[in-house]
Design a protein around this ligand. Structure first.
Ligand SMILES: [Zn+2]
Length: 510
């Protein structure tokens, strides 16, 4: 069979085709043996290249077409090159090697808009980075539109100062076949711009995140949009299920699109809803296009109901498959009631929040501390809080004897608001620097981020900026040979947590 460019298939056709060609195509051992299957070969190769840190290979591949016997045709190589170009992003360290005009250094923004001219010799990302490896917010605000500043402030800075190209579609920065596959799927639908909007995706996401629907529904939508819900096809590809068939209608492959749009069960639900006409017009589309079109074609007031409706189709599908009872007959009514309850609960929550925080604290004072600590043991408590609105990370740390006696405390706001774990890492790094400066020697260091604690305490490593941050933290720990890092649940770390809220308002040591 001749190798064919990927984009001529719809996602569903492609998935079926892949399975027909080779049911085991995701095996790490076999893909290179299938000469006509250039996509997996290429991904596997790229994956191995990145895993082995052979960045040179990638640059050669991106920079110039080379004949490669494993990849069967020049056409598929070109396609793979295109995929790589889309998938590689800059991990920014010092920024001296990254020209401002280069694509892929700001998440989700292809090329930045400069509001004022910058001298060519200074037109590098480094122009916007402070000496202490943080973003220079006043400069950013002067030169970029505010929505781009927002995105830039969510970009982590690698504290080892090295600029490098990494795979942007996996948090590890390492290419995986799965992430390349999903990128390929999304490219197939972005290649066909759907509306007058020049950047339909950006508008779509903005709209979604601003909707008054529960976060779990937003996350569901995000997963559906990226074709990563655990439908039969995806479970089959992960070798969890023996076949990719839909358990409800039987014969069709159950892709995400099938489960939510194509399956006869879904079809019946759609046809008896207020979205009937929209369904008739767009049910032949991939789920991604279906969502995009909904934003333009569904009345504004019905859009949250539409989003919750899709989510509910998935939920009822699960209830049927896992034999759960209590499936509501009227999906539309259920969804509307659910959203109304959510909005009412949100309103009450604002009022109740203070009470419940007080309750949590009093409950927790009765809890046992997880690590036995002598009342004289010097210990450091660290926490971080993200302030997305102001693009800041608040960090707070307290040095105590045992759990009770406070000796010193400090808080510091840092420009940028990346992710919770990165923020906790930054706080830990800052707290250790502060201890060094203040000649404090903790024996126990506590963070309430379990994921960070286990990363620092293990040999974990990948291509991400977080990994560099973790290496720096390990290095700093070598200044405190007696110190060890432990996890402390948030409710027992309330003093440090309180300080992080102070941090956005600059304050001196207390
Ligand atoms: Zn079905």
């Amino acid at each position: 069979m001749p190798s064919m460019p990927f984009s001529i298939f719809t996602t569903e056709q492609r998935a079926n085709w892949l399975i027909e060609i080779n049911p085991q195509f995701f095996s790490p051992l076999t893909p290179l043996l299938i000469p006509s299957f250039s996509f997996v070969s290429l991904c596997s190769f790229m994956g191995r290249a990145l895993l082995a840190n052979t960045a040179v290979f990638l640059i050669v591949l991106v920079g110039s077409p080379i004949p490669f016997s494993i990849i069967s045709s020049k056409r598929s190589l070109l396609w793979g090159r295109q995929l790589l170009k889309k998938g590689l992003v800059w991990k920014i360290g010092a920024g001296i090697n990254v020209p401002l005009s280069t694509p892929n250094w700001i998440p989700s923004i292809h090329s930045p808009t400069l509001l004022h001219p910058i001298d060519q010799s200074q037109a590098f990302v480094s122009f916007f980075i402070n000496q202490d490896s943080t973003w220079n917010v006043p400069k950013l605000k002067h030169f970029f539109p505010s929505y781009q500043v927002e995105s830039i402030l969510q970009t982590p800075l690698d504290p080892t100062l090295s600029d490098s190209l990494i795979w942007g579609f996996h948090p590890s920065g390492i290419i995986t076949v799965k992430s390349a596959y999903h990128l390929a799927s999304s490219l197939a639908s972005t290649d066909v711009p759907s509306s007058s909007s020049p950047n339909p995706f950006q508008h779509w996401w903005k709209k979604l995140w601003s909707l008054s629907v529960p976060p779990k529904i937003k996350h569901f939508t995000w997963k559906a949009f990226h074709h990563i819900l655990p439908c039969a096809l995806n479970l089959f590809l992960k070798r969890i299920l023996p076949h990719p068939n839909c358990s409800i209608c039987g014969n069709n492959t159950e892709s995400v699109t099938h489960a939510l749009i194509g399956c006869p069960r879904a079809k019946t639900i759609w046809k008896y809803s207020r979205f009937k006409q929209f369904y008739i017009d767009y049910h032949r589309n991939d789920i991604k296009e279906f969502f995009l079109q909904a934003l333009h074609n569904i009345p504004k007031q019905d859009f949250p109901i539409f989003i919750a409706f899709v989510w509910h189709i998935w939920n009822t599908r699960n209830s049927i498959i896992f034999n759960k009872s209590g499936i509501p007959n009227n999906v539309e009514e259920f969804v509307i009631n659910y959203l109304q309850e959510y909005i009412a609960a949100q309103r009450n929550y604002q009022g109740d929040q203070l009470d419940s925080e007080a309750a949590t604290i009093s409950r927790n004072t009765q809890q046992q501390h997880p690590t036995t600590l002598h009342p004289d043991t010097p210990s450091l408590y660290v926490d971080a809080a993200l302030d997305h609105k102001n693009g800041l990370t608040g960090t707070g740390f307290i040095f105590k004897l045992g759990y009770q006696t406070v000796l010193a405390s400090h808080c510091r706001p840092l420009p940028g608001a990346v992710s919770p774990i990165f923020a906790e890492g930054q706080a830990l790094l800052q707290s250790l620097l502060w201890c060094l400066d203040s000649q404090l020697s903790p024996k126990f260091v506590f963070s309430d981020c379990l994921n960070l604690v286990s990363k620092v305490n293990s040999a974990w490593q990948d291509n991400s900026a977080l990994s560099s941050l973790v290496s720096q933290i390990r290095l700093l720990f070598s200044n405190f040979p007696d110190a060890s890092l432990h996890f402390l649940p948030r409710q027992l770390n309330m003093d440090a947590h309180g300080l992080t809220k102070e941090a956005p308002r600059p304050r001196e040591d207390s």
